[in-house]
Design a protein around this ligand. Sequence first.
Ligand SMILES: NC(=O)c1ccc[n+]([C@@H]2O[C@H](COP(=O)([O-])OP(=O)(O)OC[C@H]3O[C@@H](n4cnc5c(N)ncnc54)[C@H](OP(=O)(O)O)[C@@H]3O)[C@@H](O)[C@H]2O)c1
Length: 267
Amino acid sequence: MPRLKHFKKKYGPWVLVTGASSGIGLAFAKQLAALGLNIILVARRKKRLSALSTELKTKHGVETKVVCADLSRDDFMNVIQSATEALEVGLLINNAGFGTTGHFVENELSREIKMLHVNCRAPLILAHYFGKLMKDRKKGGIIFSSSIVAFTAVPLWSNYAATKSYDLLLAEGLASELKDVGVDVLALCPGTTEAEFQETAGTKKIMPMSADIVVAAALKGLGRKRVVIPGWFNTLNVLLIKLQPRSWSAKIFGAVIRSIQKKVDNR
Ligand SMILES: NC(=O)c1ccc[n+]([C@@H]2O[C@H](COP(=O)([O-])OP(=O)(O)OC[C@H]3O[C@@H](n4cnc5c(N)ncnc54)[C@H](OP(=O)(O)O)[C@@H]3O)[C@@H](O)[C@H]2O)c1
């Protein structure tokens, strides 16, 4: 991918990756460090971030910064702002997120609100803050980790699918708003991907894609596409969702979640 040689110039020198401690965020951090970008690693688990920071510095000779932040907290932005004040963040990876499985009204409301905060409120605040700085510099990029479930209602994942739709539509709107000022925005819409997501959500994995492949597709698409759906199977799924009546796809996806649900998660 020769285009990636220009990545550092266009999206550097620093990239901020939320959810860098595992799964898709971890893969983003590794691939972007390999391209020579300095990485700000954001998540709650400090030990993991510190180990990753050492690995990236040693392997790729880049600078790193570990920022422990709980993105569900009202005041998380204070931590991020003070940690990044002196750094030029040219790329924001709005990736941290989680899901719950189960009947919405029986799930614990506080956890559903926490999901809304991590999956939607935090990416909104981060995109507003760093997007403005990028607009002023007339360069940069923002990637949102959405999902193929952004395209349909999903019973037993009702709130999760709604949060991913929010990410998709916010990304698509911003892609239009910021295009002419040199800032590229992309919604990454994976299907099942190798990560800790399923463990947290209480589901089994069905035919997971590797997080490395998913991330490579996103980095290849940034600046060229607004939405990236990695893999032919996921692309076909989204196409079928678009062709069907909405109630049919909700029914099908609801049945899929029921079949992969480990237990009813009413935490
Ligand atoms: N895996 C899939 O099948 C799949 C499919 C489509 C879309 N996605 C999306 O991909 C994104 C990444 O998830 P993943 O699949 O890589 O799952 P994962 O392995 O569970 O990673 C989730 C990341 O989010 C961070 N995170 C969760 N809650 C947080 C909080 N309150 N504050 C700060 N960080 C928090 C976690 O870090 P700490 O726990 O250390 O805080 C972790 O680094 C999510 O937005 C998810 O919706 C995943």
